[in-house]
Write a protein that binds this ligand. Structure first.
Ligand SMILES: [Zn+2]
Ligand SMILES: [Zn+2]
Length: 286
């Protein structure tokens, strides 16, 4: 798949019919990979004198020094996208999935919520980084299979492709609450790392918190959740939350502080299609 509408990168040959000038492309049908892989395009790599060996430099006799190979910039840009997607921790089945690769059948029953959320995501990407745009997060809620994790991850992938934004995907229990609990255990390798762990979550530019409130949380957990979203709100960082429960269910938790913060920082959208995953299994939704 050529990536010309997803990224401003142009390190390939402008007339190339495979990459349309980007310099690399997304190969989708790869064995043992649900998400596909990024490949250097033949318009960059075929006549490349460095033979694809890092650091992609070649000796120039006339200048008597090493110069970047013709493939150098394209490989660097490809590597940067790969690195940001990997560092973000996006689950492998959602890696490189983008908004334009989702089927939007308007007539499907209960599909309205998904389309509204899809449009919202599209506008977010389009307006990213523009001045005077209010940075509003998203509270995507709906049942299993409604496509909320897919949409949230697609936003991260798009931000990485389009802008090289630093992103993070996390399951709220496994990646946040449990790791903080581990940091209290003397025998854990995370012992004493509580502040470092929290910093990773508060500092990252865009954060997806998947399964927010999936379990019945203790007062301790609720106060951790409040502190996290409150800090991100204060720092004006974008947070996207997915949940099985409607935002009003937070009204009684942590003295209602979580609810009021959520209302201030995130736009609630309900995905009401109960079997999006079943009816569109090829798209790997969740
Ligand atoms: Zn090409
Ligand atoms: Zn080369």
């Amino acid at each position: 798949m050529n990536l010309k509408n997803l990224t401003p990168i142009r390190e390939g040959s402008p007339s190339c019919k495979f990459c349309a000038g980007v310099g690399f492309l997304l190969e989708e049908n790869v064995k043992n990979s649900t998400s596909g892989v990024l490949l250097l395009c033949s318009c960059v790599g075929e006549s490349c004198p460095c033979g694809g060996k890092a650091p992609y430099m070649v000796y120039d006799e006339s200048q008597n020094r090493m110069l970047p190979c013709v493939c150098h910039n394209a490989r660097m840009e490809l590597g940067k996208v790969e690195y940001l997607v990997k560092k973000a921790g996006i689950p492998s089945r959602y890696r490189y999935r983008t908004l334009d690769r989702m089927e939007l059948n308007v007539d499907a029953p209960g599909k309205g919520g998904f389309i509204i959320a899809h449009n919202w995501a599209h506008d977010l990407i389009k307006d990213w980084g523009k001045e005077n745009k209010k940075l509003e997060g998203l509270y995507l809620w709906g049942g299993t299979g409604s496509g909320k994790t897919l949409l949230a991850c697609a936003i991260l992938n798009e931000l990485i492709f389009n802008y090289g934004t630093e992103c993070k995907y996390a399951k709220i229990n496994r990646d946040f609450l449990s790791t903080i609990r581990d940091s209290y255990q003397k025998e854990s390798e995370l012992h004493g790392m509580e502040q470092t762990i929290k910093k990773q979550f508060t500092d990252v530019e865009v954060l997806v918190l998947d399964d927010f409130g999936a379990n019945k949380e203790s007062d301790w957990a609720n106060s951790q959740l409040y502190d996290l979203i409150d800090t991100r709100y204060e720092e004006e960082k974008l947070t996207i939350l997915t949940s099985n429960i409607p935002p009003t269910d937070w009204k009684d938790k942590a003295e209602g502080r979580i609810f009021s913060r959520l209302m201030e920082m995130a736009h609630p959208l309900h995905l009401d299609c109960p079997d999006y995953r079943l009816s569109h299994s090829a798209f790997g939704t969740h």
